[in-house]
Design a protein around this ligand. Structure first.
Ligand code: FES
Ligand code: FES
Length: 158
C-alpha cells in the first residue's frame, strides 16, 4: 500500500503502484479539486505539483511520487506564491466555467516559483499545455502578470 505525501500529510492509500496519481487523489483520497480532462497528458486539467514541479497526474503513476511531495489545488493557497496567484485570479475574475482552472493555477504557480518575473514567452511556454475551452487565456496571462507584480490591477481596469 503506497504512502503518499499529499498536501503535507503522509497518507497511506490502498491503490496499485501503477494507478495514475489523479485517480488516487480524486477517487481514493477524496480530493476532487484536481480535474480529469483528456486523460492523456494533453489538456492540463489534472495538473498538480510533485516536489514543486507541475506534472500531469493523469499519466503519472503513484509509484513516481514515492518519497516526494504532492501539492494539489486544495492546498496551493498555503504556498505564498500560490496565494498570490489565487488572489490575482480573484481580482480580475479569470474563471469562466472553472473546469480547467485548478490546472491553470497549479501551472501558473510553478511558473512563478521558478521565474518570478516571467516574460510573455515564459508565460506562453509554461501555460501552452493548459487548455481552456472557455477561452480565458487573456485573463490568465494578465493574472499571472498581476501575481508577478509586473502589471497592476488598476492598469488593467483602464
Ligand atoms: S487530464 Fe491530464 S492532461 Fe488532460
Ligand atoms: S474556464 Fe471553462 S474550461 Fe477554462
Amino acid at each position: 500500500m503506497p504512502t503518499l505525501n499529499i498536501n503535507g500529510t503522509d497518507t497511506a492509500l490502498d491503490v496499485p503502484d501503477d494507478m495514475p496519481i489523479l485517480w488516487a487523489l480524486r477517487d481514493v483520497a477524496g480530493l476532487t479539486g484536481t480535474k480529469f480532462g483528456c486523460g492523456v497528458a494533453l489538456c492540463g486539467a489534472c495538473t498538480v505539483h510533485l516536489d514543486g514541479q507541475a506534472i500531469r497526474s493523469c499519466v503519472t503513476p503513484v509509484s513516481a511520487a514515492a518519497g516526494k511531495k504532492i501539492v494539489t489545488i486544495e492546498a496551493i493557497g498555503n504556498d505564498p506564491v500560490g496565494a498570490k496567484v489565487q488572489d490575482a485570479w480573484r481580482q480580475i475574475d479569470v474563471v469562466q466555467c472553472g473546469y480547467c482552472q485548478s490546472g491553470q493555477v497549479m501551472a501558473a504557480t510553478a511558473l512563478l516559483a521558478a521565474t518570478p518575473k516571467p516574460s510573455d514567452a515564459d508565460i506562453d511556454n509554461a501555460m501552452s499545455g493548459n487548455i481552456c475551452r472557455c477561452g480565458t487565456y487573456g485573463r490568465i496571462r494578465t493574472a499571472i502578470k498581476i501575481a508577478a507584480g509586473t502589471v497592476s490591477v488598476k492598469a488593467v481596469a483602464k
